[in-house]
Write a protein that binds this ligand. Structure first.
Ligand SMILES: [Zn+2]
Ligand SMILES: [Zn+2]
Length: 276
């Protein structure tokens, strides 16, 4: 597994943001959350197609060279139909890659939308993508499970993915409305894997200049508290992803980041690799 992005859908710099987080050119860009999955035979998949898919595939190429020149990507697993998670599919169309039958796994509502609505339907009609449904079969020894999670569903349902290899397993859960609204227990889900990448969009309720009580996503302070209260020994399995441009945890050396690290969690970093 290779982390290819850790940001919220809009990444950083975020469109329209004039605050220091996005105007200080010395701060690194943050690409939207994306995970590269590499099989033992060298095949490569992406979890989510972000607006930065071209750049993220380029990084994947540098870290895991393609077996052949035309093996650009072996498939894409989509979590849901929000900006940062599927719109990179457009790059597979004739204006850019003109891909041929790239397998794309999407849950039923998202699949219907992609089949029905332009411009996505053109990708299907012209054979650039080949939509697939559960069960997800990547071949080889990787087991992939889609776990439904509650997340605002105007366009599609949302899933997290658990990927299990011969030796270890990973949870990829970039977007969820709240831990309490989930029919699973986040602490148990962390316990079930070796590494858990979890939604860390916002640090706390003081982060945005508006009423955050109506804005979903678990806060990092709450996620940390749940782990520390119930299973501190699991904290080191958790890597934070999907950080909003405003999230102070993005800043190395900030008190908020120190709080996270003191509890034993870490912030995922682009280029992080993890063998399963
Ligand atoms: Zn998102
Ligand atoms: Zn979302």
């Amino acid at each position: 597994m290779i982390v290819l992005g850790i940001g919220q859908d809009g990444g950083r710099p975020q469109i329209g943001c004039r605050a220091e987080c996005c105007s200080d050119a010395s701060l690194p860009r943050v690409l939207p959350a994306c995970l590269g999955v590499v099989g033992s035979d060298g095949r490569r998949w992406l979890i989510d197609a972000t607006p930065a898919i071209g750049e993220q595939l380029r990084v994947l190429d540098d870290l895991v060279p393609r077996p052949t020149d035309d093996a650009i990507i072996d498939g894409i697993l989509l979590t849901h139909g929000h900006l940062g998670h599927y719109t990179g599919l457009a790059q597979l169309g004739r204006e850019a890659l003109a891909a041929s039958s790239v397998p794309v796994w999407a849950q039923p509502r998202l699949r219907s939308m992609l089949e029905r609505d332009v411009p996505w339907s053109l990708l299907v009609d012209h054979g650039h993508i080949d939509l697939r449904s559960d069960p997800i079969d990547l071949g080889g020894s990787l087991l992939v499970e889609a776990l439904p999670v509650p997340h605002r569903g105007e366009v599609s349902e949302t899933v997290a993915y658990r990927v299990t290899g011969p030796n270890r397993s990973v949870l990829w859960l970039p977007d969820i409305d709240s831990w309490d609204a989930w029919d699973r227990d986040i602490v148990e889900e962390v316990a079930a894997v070796d590494v858990a990448f979890v939604d860390a969009t916002f640090f706390d309720d003081g982060e945005l200049d508006r009423d955050m009580s109506v804005i979903p996503h678990p806060r990092v302070v709450d996620t940390v508290r749940r782990l520390v209260d119930r299973a501190p020994e699991l904290a080191s399995r958790v890597r934070l992803v999907h950080l909003n441009h405003t999230n102070p945890v993005l800043r190395v050396g900030s008190p908020e980041r120190a709080f996270v690290e003191r509890a034993g969690l870490s912030v995922a970093a682009p280029g992080d690799r993890f063998a399963i």
